[in-house]
Design a protein around this ligand. Structure first.
Ligand SMILES: [Zn+2]
Length: 255
C-alpha cells in the first residue's frame, strides 16, 4: 500500500498489488473515508499509517456494494453513506454474520451534496460497473474518487457491469474536468486513463456486435486475436470474461 497526498488534506491509499483503493479527506469536523477494503484489519492498518483513529472519522462514503469496498464498514461508528441501491444489494446478500453490520446507515438517490466544515463533496450516482456505482467529486480541487468505474493499468472488471451504461458513465466522467482521478483499483491517473478504458470497451463492444451480426458463436469470437489489448494483471482471464459479458448483453438486446 502506498500513501499519496492528492491535494492538501486529501489522501489516497493506493494498492499497486491489486486491492481496492481508499480515500481519506480531512475536514474541520473530522475525517471522511471513501471505501473500506475487504477486511477490517486492512482499513484499520491504513488509517493507523496516516495517524488516524477510527473515532476521528465522521463519515464513510461507500462507492458500491462489492465486498472489497465494504467489508471494513464495521470498524466505524459514524454515519455510513451510500446510494440506496448499494443498501439494497448488501441487504439482498445471502445471510452472513456480518450482513447487518455492513449495511449503510444513510442512503441517497441520484446525488448528495455534502458540506462538512470547510469541505464540499458531491456524491453522485453513475451506474455502469454495478447498478449502484457512485463517485465522490471534490469540485473545488477537481479530484475524483471514481470507485470501480475506473481500473488503472488493468482490464476493467465487467462481470457485474451493464456495458452500455458503463460507456455512458465514462463519457459523463469526462465532462467533470477532473485533474486527478483516484481509481477503484490501480494507480492515480487522469482523463487519459478514462479515454483509454472507454476506447477498449467501445472497440470490444462493437467488434463483438459485428461477430454476432455475422452469426459467429462465442467460441469462435474468443478465438479472435484482434481485440484490443490492455496490459496488466489478469489480462487473459478478464479479456475472456469481458467478451462473454458483452456477448450475453448484445444477444439479449437482439432477442
Ligand atoms: Zn467493484
Amino acid at each position: 500500500m502506498e500513501i499519496h497526498e492528492v491535494s492538501p488534506g486529501v489522501t489516497a491509499f493506493i494498492r499497486p498489488e491489486g486491492g481496492a483503493n481508499v480515500g481519506l479527506i480531512q475536514t474541520s469536523e473530522g475525517i471522511v473515508v471513501i471505501d473500506t477494503t475487504s477486511r477490517e484489519s486492512d482499513i484499520r492498518e491504513f488509517l493507523a499509517a496516516a495517524g488516524v483513529a477510527p473515532s476521528d472519522v465522521c463519515l464513510v462514503c461507500i462507492t458500491h456494494s462489492h465486498n472489497d469496498h465494504t467489508k471494513g464498514i464495521p470498524l466505524f461508528d459514524c454515519p455510513i453513506l451510500a446510494h440506496k441501491l448499494t443498501y439494497q444489494r448488501i441487504a439482498k446478500r445471502k445471510s452472513t454474520k456480518l450482513k447487518t453490520q455492513l449495511l449503510p446507515t444513510k442512503v441517497f438517490e441520484d446525488r448528495r451534496n455534502i458540506e462538512i466544515g470547510d469541505r464540499c463533496l458531491e456524491f453522485i450516482h453513475a451506474g455502469g460497473h454495478t447498478p449502484d456505482s457512485s463517485v465522490v467529486w471534490l469540485p473545488e480541487i477537481e479530484v475524483l474518487f471514481a470507485g470501480d468505474l475506473i481500473f488503472e493499468g488493468r482490464y476493467p472488471f465487467l462481470a457485474t457491469a451493464n456495458v452500455p451504461d458503463l460507456m455512458k458513465a465514462l463519457k459523463w466522467l469526462l465532462t467533470l474536468g477532473a485533474q486527478v482521478i483516484v481509481p477503484g483499483h490501480g494507480l492515480l491517473c487522469a482523463e487519459d486513463t478514462v479515454i483509454s478504458q472507454l476506447n477498449y470497451i467501445e472497440l470490444s463492444w462493437n467488434r463483438t456486435a459485428d461477430h454476432i451480426a455475422q452469426g459467429h458463436s462465442i467460441d469462435e469470437i474468443l478465438e479472435d486475436s484482434e481485440y484490443p489489448i490492455h496490459p496488466g494483471l489478469g489480462a487473459e482471464r478478464l479479456h475472456k470474461w469481458n467478451i462473454e459479458v458483452m456477448y450475453r448483453q448484445l444477444k439479449k438486446t437482439a432477442s
